[in-house]
Structure formats: C-alpha cells, structure tokens
Design a protein around this ligand. Structure first.
Ligand code: 13P
Length: 340
C-alpha cells in the first residue's frame, strides 16, 4: 500500500472549496429519474446525460472528483473520447461506485444489507488499472420501530470496513458512505442518536480492519428530522446537531467529510452545509465538503429533459449549483447567489 499516495488523493478530494460530483446512480435509479421527466430510458440517453455532466466547461473549478457507475466508466462521448479521459484531462479524479446495491436483510424486516464484497479485490484492481483513484460503497439505515437493529448496524459497518481495507490495499481511496435515511417521522434528536451510533460502529470496524483513516473520505448524512416529522428544524439547528454528532464519532485523522444530499432540496442542502462552515469551520479537524447527486444534478437534469438543444442551459444550471456549494464550503453562501 502506498500510504502517501492515498493520503494525497484523499486530501485532493476535499481541497479548497471543491467537492465531489456523485453521478453513480445505478441503471435502475437513473432510469427512475429519467422516467419521472419523460426521458427515454436507454443506454444512449444515459450516455448523453453523463457526457453533458462531465463536459461542462469549467467543471474542475469546483469539482475535485466524479463518482461513476460501472456502465459509465466504460462509456465514451459521441466524439469518441472515453469518459475517464475527459475527467483526467480536465483535472478531475475519477471514482467508481463498487457496491452492488442494497438487498433485504434476512431475518430483519424493513432493513437492508449492502452486497458486493465477492470478487471485490479483482474489480478494484481492474478499475484502478483503468484509471480510477477512489471508490464508493453505500450502506443504508432506516429509523423506525426497532430499527436500525444492532445486527444491521454491525454487519453493514463491518462490510464497509472490509471494502475500505480492500480499497486501500489496491491504492484506491475509499469513500465510506453510511446513510441514515430521511424517510420517517423521527425527530432531529433521534436522527442524531442513530447517526452517532452508526458512525461509532463504522469507525470501530475501520479500526479493527486496519484501515488508515488519513486515507479515507467519510460520506455521511446530515443530521435531519424525518421527512414527515411535524417539527422541522432551521439550518442552524441542523448544523449544530450534525457537527455535534460528528465531533463525537469521527476521529480527527479523517481528512474530510463529504455529505450526501439524501433527497434534500438543492438549495436547502447548500444552506445547511453553509451553516455548518459558518459556525464551525475554524474549529474542526476535518473539512466539511459535499458529495451530492440529486442536490447538484436535479436542476440540470430537469432543464435538459433529454433535449439536445438544452445541453448548454443544463450545464449552466449544474455550474450554478456547484458554485453555490463552493460558497457553502467557504461559509459565504447567501440568498444573492440564488437570486442575484
Ligand atoms: P444523493 O446526494 O442524491 O443522496 O446521492 C449521493 C449518493 O452518492 C448516494 O449514494
């Protein structure tokens, strides 16, 4: 394992005010998003859409790395340039989602386990040879009646740690994504308690599997009240709850925390990230960055809607969200960014 190279890659992913562009939706998820907008759900349209994203002029000013999906990492633009080369040539680190999705956990109604460890070492080696520099694995936890169970937390955390150890052995930085879902009526406090418990278990397993913490990125949820909780929270309350929770559970050796958006409206995700950096940035051991999919892509996807003449307008919308999130990293985002 080249320790220094892993540290350098992890640091580069959260450097300055940049963040990650998560564009690793599985085919099923991408098709679902397309279907909602009446976009044909075939490989060519998925290729055109992902090409739109990665060829956005100026993308690398705000994006340090892009997370691809297996179909996408093998694709080329209409002009014939491989997506990997488009990214590498523009100075963006290519990453790859390597989990095989979530499946029902046997004996645990309502809970999910992430699959994908079988053959993972060989897949990581192959992706590394293609040019990938980092990888991603997502586990999900649902807050409900008796969930998440201890066994769901332990098993998913151990799998995340085994994945992370294999990544580092192969020279790829693991992006470790334990996601406590927003669905449900739980309170901010309940989300905080569950997120803290999950993160404690994840870091305990990372330690047990000898993962070098300086060479990972953590990709957690923000601490939020459930979508149907009657008591919603302000951006400042969410910032306080999230950072307080992370300080309890995330070792200082971790270089960066890049949040998922989890279905939050784009502007709210930005506002909340900004509140965290305004209130805490100078006192934190790790960078607080973004690794959004929906909260960075959705406006662009809606503008494109499958129409070639809308590519430039969609790229503008993507760049706009990126600039807003860069401002949130610096802690100087405000309403004027959205409505100048
Ligand atoms: P969202 O930002 O849409 O939650 O997606 C992030 C991600 O990578 C999910 O695995």
């Amino acid at each position: 394992m080249n320790t220094q190279a892993l540290i350098n890659t992890a640091s580069a992913l959260v450097a300055g005010d940049k963040g990650l562009l998560a564009m690793d939706e599985s085919t099923a998820t991408c098709n679902k998003r397309f279907a909602a907008l009446g976009i044909p759900q075939d490989e060519e349209m998925r290729r055109d859409y992902r090409a739109l994203l990665i060829t956005t002029p100026g993308l690398s000013a705000g994006i340090s790395g892009a997370i691809l999906y297996d179909e996408t990492i093998h694709q080329r633009t209409r002009e014939g340039t491989s997506f990997l080369n488009v990214l590498i040539d523009s100075g963006i680190l290519p990453g790859i989602k390597v989990d095989m999705g979530t499946k029902d956990m046997a004996g645990h109604p309502g809970e999910k386990i992430t699959e994908g460890l079988d053959g993972l070492r060989e897949r990581l080696i192959a992706y590394g040879e293609m040019g990938a520099r980092f990888a991603k694995w997502r586990a999900v936890f649902t807050i409900g009646d008796g969930t998440p169970s201890q066994s769901c937390i332990e098993t998913n955390a151990q799998d995340l740690a085994r994945y992370a150890a294999l990544c580092q052995e192969t020279g790829l930085v693991p992006v470790v994504e334990p996601e406590v879902l927003m669905d449900g009526a739980h309170t901010l406090e309940q989300c905080s308690a569950v997120t803290e418990e999950v993160l404690h278990e994840v870091f305990s397993q990372l330690y047990a599997q000898r993962v070098m913490l300086e060479g990972i990125i953590l990709k957690p949820n923000m601490v939020l009240p459930g979508l149907t909780c009657p008591q919603q929270a302000t951006a400042n309350e969410i910032a306080d709850a999230t950072v307080t929770c992370l300080l309890q559970a995330v070792p200082a050796a971790v270089p960066g925390i890049a949040f998922l958006s989890g279905g939050q409206p784009a502007e709210l995700a930005t506002l909340r990230l900004n509140a965290m950096n305004v209130r805490f940035k100078s006192r934190l051991p790790w960078a607080l960055a973004f690794s959004f999919a929906r909260a960075i892509q959705q406006p662009a996807l809606e503008i494109w809607a499958g129409q070639p003449e809308q590519v430039a307008a969609a790229q503008c919308a993507l760049l706009h969200r990126i600039r807003c999130n860069q401002a949130a990293r610096r802690g100087d985002y405000n309403a004027l960014y959205e409505h100048p």
